[in-house]
Design a protein around this ligand. Structure first.
Ligand SMILES: [Zn+2]
Length: 318
């Protein structure tokens, strides 16, 4: 049995390069896998390993001055959903591409039970899903606006045309909470007054409130790609792009030149040998397909690419 943790902390790191070096060698020695971004504004990571390794990691990180009290979102699974360890410096630990966005001036935290209470109160509000379109497509809260954006840094442009009244109550959520930390600052700067964010995101809500009022599954930036949220409602809300039937699993097209991330059922994957189109199925760059294990091969799709390509494709935010 293994654990996956997801966490972030906004705190000043004076010398991100040397912090990163030290942190990376600690993680290597500990033997954990995953990806960690370190910048002047803090740390943003997701890691996998044994419960003992995760415990040691948490103790190590939270013992550093400024890193106390981190909220680790933890999941238990039967494999480590990362191929290796990546620990890198970044200008922003979650990339909004906006200057001077200080999470200290963000919205009000709603704990999962408070979030649920607001949703059930009949109060008037507007709810924004602060994730990319391919994430909200397979799952989101009831009644949420799911912006048609491909990257987090497209949200400022999206906000420019968002016309909800400035005195309207705003609820926002993302996977683990980090994107709301920045987006809420931006909304307040633009004049919205009552801005609220789900503390700990969908993942903590799923753990603490059982995922009620959430439809579909949650996209995650590791080899699992999707995880369940609402145990009482596992009905897929998306459709397999090959068969057209309800589905909530993602795969990357097996044509390595295409590599498109698309919603695909097991039936669809077998039918098209893991490809998104007939054209891709005929490609000479198609990975070998194992029908006995239709989804397994796709978990490690990025092993087929060089580092620079992986960097581009896996630039995910939690
Ligand atoms: Zn394709």
């Amino acid at each position: 049995m293994y654990e996956v943790i997801l966490y972030y902390k906004f705190t000043d790191i004076e010398d991100p390069e040397s912090f990163c070096e030290q942190h990376k060698s600690f993680c290597k020695e500990l033997g954990v896998k995953g990806r960690i971004y370190i910048g002047r504004e803090g740390i943003n990571g997701t890691l996998g390993g044994t419960p003992e390794q995760m415990q040691k990691y948490k103790e190590h990180l939270t013992a550093i001055e400024g890193f106390e009290g981190i909220d680790f979102k933890t999941d238990t699974i039967d494999f480590i959903p990362f191929a290796k360890l990546k620990c890198k410096t970044r200008d922003e630990i979650v990339a909004l591409h906006e200057e001077d966005v200080d999470p200290a001036y963000g919205g009000k935290y709603l704990e999962p039970h408070e979030w649920k209470a607001v949703m059930e109160s009949g109060e008037d509000y507007v709810m924004i899903d602060v994730r990319n379109d391919y994430e909200s497509k397979i799952g989101h809260f009831e009644g949420a606006i799911t912006p048609d954006v491909e990257n987090f840094y497209d949200f400022p442009d999206w906000l420019d045309q968002f016309d909800a009244p400035k005195d309207k109550k705003v609820l926002m959520y993302c996977t683990g909470g980090i994107r709301c930390e920045k987006f809420s600052v931006l909304m307040k700067e633009k004049g919205w007054e009552d801005v609220n964010q789900l503390h700990g995101g969908i993942l903590r809500y799923a753990n603490e409130e059982g995922g009620e009022h959430y439809k579909g599954k949650c996209f995650v930036f590791d080899d699992r790609l999707v995880v369940p949220v609402n145990k009482d409602n596992l009905e897929p809300i998306a459709r397999c792009e090959i068969t057209g039937k309800p589905a909530d699993s993602y795969i990357n097209c097996a044509n390595m030149e295409c590599n498109k991330l698309f919603v695909c059922s097991k039936e669809g994957a077998i039918k098209m040998e893991g490809c998104c189109s007939e054209e891709c199925r005929q490609s000479e760059f198609k990975r070998p397909f194992d029908p006995e294990n239709a989804f397994r091969p796709f978990r490690k799709w990025y092993n087929y690419f060089d580092d620079e390509f992986k960097e581009r494709e896996l630039e995910g935010n939690a």
